[in-house]
Design a protein around this ligand. Structure first.
Ligand code: PGA
Length: 246
């Protein structure tokens, strides 16, 4: 399985910055990087076209941070999957903590999005993770299992999916989860996937939350670790390339 290094650019960058940054990244990554690594960029929707065009002749792919589970229709302000395909997206982020907690996206909508993405041939990156309060109450395993169960209950014959463990308290805070905490969470996720999905053993599980060049090698060496989802440290091509090449 290739190690997946994904960049979540959130609501940052202008058109020119996205173009420059993507070009820089392509130039910083030697061709043989891609024999072991898969690199996916998740820019804001207004930047998808320029990023997809720029990565066209490279091995980098791009995905959407959000979409509405329809191909097209009357849904003001939303993006449908026909548009995502047209823009060159192959992946979609689903259930990111900022969408769960700031945009109040429900488990029901997350489930709908997940199955719609699969139906439309887009690979979902399902983000799950506990809040600090939940961790303090000893609920980590229950929260992770509950979020997986809720998103996947409808159809467990899912194979083309990526899971990202992103503890809410470690996102954008500079507070990275420790190796024991990450290892325990990943073991719990792997066990759940193995118990419930036919190919649960082979589903990539990523870690996200304050991943930086200085901590990424240790994180990537942990058990059941198939890659990282990077926010802040993915914005500058040079810094992000260090994580890709770690
Ligand atoms: P961060 O964000 O690396 O800035 O913590 C991670 C994410 O939101 O996926």
């Amino acid at each position: 399985m290739k190690t997946i290094i994904a960049a979540n650019w959130k609501t940052y960058k202008t058109w020119d910055q996205a173009k420059t940054s993507t070009r820089e990244l392509i130039n910083l990554l030697p061709q043989d990087t891609f024999t072991e690594k898969e690199v996916i960029l998740f820019p804001s929707p207004v930047l998808l076209k320029i990023v997809a065009e720029t990565v066209q002749n490279s091995q980098i792919t791009c995905g959407a941070q959000n979409f509405y589970p329809v191909t097209e229709g009357a849904f003001t302000g939303e993006t449908g999957t026909t548009q995502l395909h047209d823009l060159g997206c192959t992946h979609v982020l689903i259930g990111h903590s900022e969408r769960r907690h700031i945009l109040h996206e429900s488990e029901e909508l997350i489930t709908q999005k997940l199955h719609f993405a699969l139906q439309e041939g887009l690979t979902p990156v399902l983000c799950i993770g506990e809040t600090l309060a939940e961790r303090k109450q000893g609920l980590v395993e229950a929260i992770l299992a509950g979020q997986l169960e809720s998103a996947l209950a409808q159809n467990k014959n899912v194979t083309d999916i990526i899971v990202a463990y992103e503890p809410v308290w470690a996102i954008g805070t500079g507070e990275v989860a420790g190796p024991e905490e990450i290892t325990a969470a990943h073991a719990c996720i792997r066990q759940w996937l193995k118990n419930h999905l036919p190919t649960g053993e082979n589903i990539p599980v990523l870690y996200g939350g304050s991943v930086k060049p200085k901590n990424c090698s240790q994180i990537l060496s942990l058990d059941n670790m198939n890659g990282v989802l990077v926010g802040g440290a993915s914005l500058e091509a040079e810094i992000f390339s260090k994580i890709v090449l770690a």
